[in-house]
Design a protein around this ligand. Structure first.
Ligand SMILES: [Zn+2]
Length: 146
């Protein structure tokens, strides 16, 4: 299969996804406001995502939401040509990003052609609305690297 040399784009259709609940509502509200939010443990300072009732490092329950910078580096990715469901437009690139605050997030890459993706690529978040009004965080190559 030939990989197209056009930049990846956000999905346009309504996608299957988790519904925001009491635990995850601050994250989804942040996405709608253009903020990438994560939890930080007040006891051990561990940054974590996705949201949980307890700290994954010390099991403490004193967790607070923080706004992240939305920047990080690419840890791993794949390029999908055969979607899990017909709702997904191909190709798309699921990815794991190392956020600068010290946690990882599963996301999708946009704004780069599949063959141009490289390990440790500096990336930044960009929010796009799905078909049903939920905003999803995508990551694209960082415009300027400090
Ligand atoms: Zn902790």
């Amino acid at each position: 299969m030939t990989t197209p040399s056009v930049p990846l784009v956000p999905q346009h259709a309504e996608l299957p996804h988790a519904r925001p609940g009491p635990l995850t509502r601050p994250f989804w509200d942040g996405c709608a406001a253009g903020e990438l939010r994560f939890q930080r443990c007040r006891a051990c300072r561990n940054a974590q995502f996705p949201a949980a009732e307890v700290c994954r490092d010390c099991l403490g329950r004193d967790l607070a939401w923080e706004r992240g910078a939305g920047t990080g580096t690419l840890y791993s990715w794949t390029v999908v040509h055969r979607p899990v469901t017909p709702a997904f437009e191909v190709p798309y690139a699921p990815a794991i990003v190392d956020l600068d605050e010290g946690y990882q997030m599963m996301t999708n890459l946009i704004g780069i052609a599949p063959e141009a993706i490289t390990p440790d690529l500096p990336v930044e978040v960009e929010f796009h609305k799905t078909g049903d009004a939920l905003y999803l965080p995508y990551f694209r190559p960082r415009a300027t690297v400090s």
